[in-house]
Design a protein around this ligand. Structure first.
Ligand code: PMP
Length: 400
């Protein structure tokens, strides 16, 4: 809502609230349009948001139901129930080799809430928080929601969207935090060891907090996931954001976490007490059950995306209008459609109009992704293959 509409309600709203989306739009215009057409009965194929085509595994729902039926429906412990904090700490220690205890873990209502809390920990109002463009849509808004200044650092397609340490160094004067995301939404890029070392060096030299969004850490198809928490000198300045949403198809359950230094978690418990008041106990019990199933369940949830990515690579190789941004993870494909001569927005609009297929314009994720579209691999295999075939054919026709 813009300030004009806000003023219409008679009372003045805070600038912090009305400026969350900055001066631009929130990037969801095409998605909302597709949803409107679907509600009106149009047979739109949606390749837009990061929502699995499968639902939460029945065994997790059973655990949730049993927990609720057994009475875990009152206020839960605000930092998170101890066994879940322990399970997250073990998971993090296994991945990084860095000693991690339950006191390093805060359970939050999803990764989004963890992103907000992490920035609240790092920044005061008026401070500058850095983020990388292209970016997950909420990043600048999350930084602005706490009254800080969101400053983009642009990643470039010539560098295969790997962030460059020189760009971080150049932008870091006066900033207090940097937000990174690997595997990346929207590009699917997995940061290389060189990239992550370069980021860590730049962050240490500029004395920044590093907020590392690792919600796609179970979706690695090529390369390997390196958490910066594992790197020398980083444990005291890194806040890792995690979530059950993507790893366990639990997007609607709203459960995630922050892993960071004990002192940060202690203060963030005060933030939770005064904002969310924690996460429902039966949701936490379900998350604990899910984590206890180990990597087998995570792989089961991730497998369809790996399969579809293989199919996509084969289809993309057969034509020469659309190029796939080299990527190693996550449930998305970033397609370079610049050969069609259209912007990502115009291409996505014409695809919606002509083929009734919805994809996200690259521009929704920042100016670095202009001329690209993001395809979520979130249709069942056959439907995905057919839809992507039509996306590529549409691009081919446009390029003449
Ligand atoms: N980070 C990234 C990169 C995401 O793509 C998302 C959701 N799409 C989130 C964080 C937030 O996820 P959730 O709040 O569901 O955990």
């Amino acid at each position: 809502m813009n300030r004009f509409l806000a003023d219409l309600c008679g009372m003045k709203l805070s600038n912090t609230l009305t400026q969350i989306n900055g001066d631009g739009d929130d990037g969801w215009g095409l998605f909302n349009e597709a949803r409107r057409r679907m509600a009106a009965g149009a047979p739109i194929q949606e390749l837009t948001i990061g929502e699995h085509d499968i639902r939460t595994h029945q065994s997790i729902l059973d655990a949730m139901h049993i927990s609720a039926s057994n009475g875990h429906t009152g206020y839960a412990e605000i930092p998170g129930i101890q066994p879940l904090r322990e399970a997250v700490a073990r998971r993090m220690e296994d991945r990084t080799g860095v000693r991690t205890t339950p006191d390093n873990v805060l359970i939050t209502p999803g990764g989004q809430s963890a992103l907000f809390a992490a920035h609240r920990a790092a920044l005061d109002s008026g401070d500058t928080g850095l983020y990388l463009d292209p970016h997950y849509t909420t990043y600048p808004g999350t930084i602005r929601a706490i009254g800080a200044i969101a400053k983009p650092i642009f990643c470039h397609s010539i560098n295969e969207f790997q962030p460059q340490a020189t760009d971080i160094r150049a932008a870091s004067n006066g900033a207090r935090s940097l937000l990174i995301n690997s595997p990346n939404n929207p590009t699917g890029v997995v940061y290389t060891e060189d990239t992550i070392n370069g980021i860590a060096d730049a962050v240490r030299d500029a004395d920044l907090w590093l907020i590392s969004d690792e919600v796609y850490d179970t979706q690695i198809w090529e390369g390997s996931h390196i958490s910066p928490r594992a790197l020398p000198g980083m444990v005291d300045r890194t806040l890792v954001v995690g979530s059950m949403s993507k790893s366990h198809a639990m997007t609607g359950s709203r459960v995630g976490w922050i892993v960071g230094p004990e002192i940060v978690i202690e203060h963030l418990i005060n933030l939770s007490t005064n904002t969310t008041y924690g996460v429902p106990g039966y949701i936490q019990d379900a998350a604990l059950f899910a984590l206890d199933q180990g990597s087998a369940l995570e792989q089961e949830v991730a497998a369809p995306f790996e399969r579809r990515r293989r199919t996509a690579k084969t289809l993309i190789k057969r034509q020469n209008t659309v190029a796939l941004v080299p990527s190693g993870g996550a449930m998305y494909l970033m397609l370079d459609i610049r050969q069609t001569g259209l912007s990502g927005i115009a291409f996505a609009q014409s695809l919606l109009d002509v083929e009734e297929i919805a994809v996200m314009p690259g521009e929704s994720f920042g100016s670095s992704a202009a001329g690209h579209v993001r395809v979520a691999m979130t249709l069942e295999d056959k439907a995905f293959e057919q839809a992507l075939t039509r996306v590529l054919a549409h691009a081919g026709r446009l390029s003449g």
